[in-house]
Design a protein around this ligand. Structure first.
Ligand SMILES: [Zn+2]
Ligand SMILES: [Zn+2]
Length: 382
């Protein structure tokens, strides 16, 4: 079974004078709207919540998993019942034939970190390469036609190919963000079963704040996704910038995702993510394979100031440090990071503990990245 991504859930405390609290404690009639903002009548929502039997963690996870991974239709710019062919299939955000194939073991498994439900941390686990890095994003026809140029192999850094990699990352993140919001909405309906009113209020308030934050980044993602769609429809990719760092060496770690540019590689804070009036820039990264190694590919929107700052801070790192720091960046920020068993077992215990620590980081709170003396990968920038 595919594990849910671990996502930080920010607990926010509500002041007693907050209108949300005064509204919640106010007496209300059965048929009045509930204080929690669900839109339901009070009697169908929170009236008897304190007496409701709490769900087990297993039940919550099971229901949430179904909501998270449900198919949400083909995400191709020209998707429609007339054009789409075949079912919505699991698309690989990291190409299977290529980077993933490079890191499989003898039983066709790759390694990654997966959330463990007992202590909320992460553990190294293996996963079949067919299941690694997938999301149900496109119908089979669109998945193969859209990404055909990058599935043929022989990556040479062509701008259009870089943008296609980034588009797939955006679609994956968009899908996950939407799924996450829907699972938070689900949590609102059951996380506070059996709790007293005080704790119901703080649970609901935390859920509402988290959903608002996620909706904000979904909007930002939607804006950038529209720009990708326009580029693909017009076959003109000038709205984007791409930068590739080719390296020689064994491709042991692969990763791809899109992040909001909150910090640069020097640890400078670029934007306050909790300020919902600000738009964060997006930066996509992918690791692709080449004949004698691979390439780190960054894509961002032309003119995006903070994304430029992040790229400049990476570009200014000494070449000998770039790959080690990039690997740290992947483990710290990105669940969509996979690695070979051979590489993992070849690391020292100290290195394994360090990587485990990176992967356990729920909130990256800034700080300058610095390269390890014993480099994590043998990649040499060319
Ligand atoms: Zn309610
Ligand atoms: Zn389609």
């Amino acid at each position: 079974m595919i594990k849910l991504p671990s996502e930080p859930f920010k607990v926010t405390y509500v002041d007693d004078n907050d209108p949300f609290v005064s509204n919640a404690v106010k007496e209300r009639k059965h048929f009045e709207p509930c204080w929690c903002g669900s839109g339901k009548k009070y009697k169908k929502c929170h009236m008897l919540r304190e007496q409701e039997k709490p769900y087990s963690i297993g039940k919550i996870q099971n229901l949430q998993g179904k909501i998270f991974w449900k198919k949400r239709g083909c995400m191709h710019p020209s998707a429609s019942p007339e054009v789409c062919r075949g079912k919505v299939i699991d698309s690989h955000t990291i190409q299977r034939k290529g980077p993933l194939e490079r890191i499989i073991n003898t039983t066709n498994h790759v390694m990654h970190f997966e959330a463990n439900s007992t202590d909320g941390g992460v553990n190294v686990a293996e996963i079949g390469w067919r299941k690694a890095s997938v999301f149900p994003g496109f119908c089979s026809y669109h998945d193969s036609t859209l990404f055909d140029p990058i599935e043929q192999g022989g990556f040479s850094g062509e701008h259009e190919h870089c943008v296609l990699h980034a588009f797939r990352n955006i679609c994956n993140e968009y899908y996950r963000k939407k799924a996450l919001i829907e699972s938070f909405e689900f949590q609102r309906t059951c996380l506070d079963r059996g709790l007293n009113l005080d704790r119901q209020i703080s649970t609901q308030n935390s859920c509402i704040k988290s959903i608002a934050g996620q909706n904000k980044s979904l909007d930002e993602m939607s804006n950038i996704r529209n720009k990708f769609e326009a580029a693909i429809a017009q076959d003109n990719y000038d709205a984007f910038e791409s930068k590739c760092y080719f390296f020689k060496g064994r491709l042991d770690v692969v990763s791809s995702s899109v992040f909001q540019c909150e910090f640069d590689f020097l640890g400078n804070k670029l934007i306050d993510m909790w300020d919902l009036s600000l738009d964060a820039d997006m930066l996509s990264h992918s690791v692709v394979d080449t004949d004698d190694g691979g390439a780190i590919v960054f894509v961002w929107l032309k003119g995006a100031k903070d994304a430029n700052t992040v790229i400049d801070s990476f570009d200014n790192l000494p070449d000998v440090e770039k790959c080690d720091i990039f690997i740290q960046y992947c483990f710290v920020n990105c669940e969509n990071t996979f690695f070979s068993e051979q590489w993992w077992t070849g690391l020292s215990q100290k290195q394994q503990a360090l990587i485990q620590q990176y992967a356990n980081t729920l909130y990256y709170e800034g700080g300058k990245y610095s390269a390890n003396k014993d480099k994590l990968v043998n990649w040499v920038i060319i």
